[in-house]
Design a protein around this ligand. Structure first.
Ligand SMILES: [Zn+2]
Length: 170
């Protein structure tokens, strides 16, 4: 049964074999062809869906590297002051990162300042872009409490943080 069909598809061949190659040809194989075309279309749809899935996956988080998940960082827009607490860290790319809503490279990493003016702890904290992150050789002062903010800014004492968390939950 290795008669070479003029239909290139394997599905068509199988179809013809099942029918028994009684071979009135034109009409029968035409029908088989239609079935095959549908299968082929179905197959390519799956292929397209898979491709889209992969593309979306790549855009949203990238392929999972060994031992490293997508990291989220808190960023702030240096122009609008808008804070994004779940910014997908663009690996290997130095800030300023691109703000997708404006297309401008105005996103910077931040430090968190948990202090209020009257020495209480607040949640969520004030997010501050360090001057050094923007290439300025100046101290960074928290606009909310007036304290100096540094790299790896030290948080308030643990018990104060715990109390603030507790109050926040009420
Ligand atoms: Zn502050």
């Amino acid at each position: 049964m290795s008669r070479t069909s003029n239909m290139p598809s394997l599905v068509d061949d199988a179809d013809v074999k099942q029918i028994g190659v009684s071979g009135k040809s034109a009409g029968g194989s035409g029908g088989g062809g239609g079935f095959g075309e549908k299968l082929k279309l179905f197959g390519s749809l799956i292929g397209i869906a898979a491709a889209i899935g992969i593309a979306v996956y790549t855009m949203t988080g990238g392929p999972p590297d060994i031992g490293e998940q997508t990291r989220y960082v808190v960023v702030k827009d240096s122009e609008s002051g808008e804070v994004n607490t779940k910014f997908a860290f663009p690996k290997g790319e130095r800030w300023p990162w691109t703000n997708r809503s404006t297309g401008k490279r105005t996103l910077y990493p931040v430090e968190a300042c948990y202090w209020t003016k009257d020495n209480q702890v607040k949640l969520p904290p004030t997010y501050v872009i360090l001057n050094s992150a923007m290439g300025k050789n100046e101290k960074t002062i928290c606009p909310d409490c007036g304290r100096e903010v540094r790299g790896n800014n030290p948080p308030p004492p643990a018990e104060m943080m715990a109390k603030a968390l507790e109050d926040q939950g009420k």
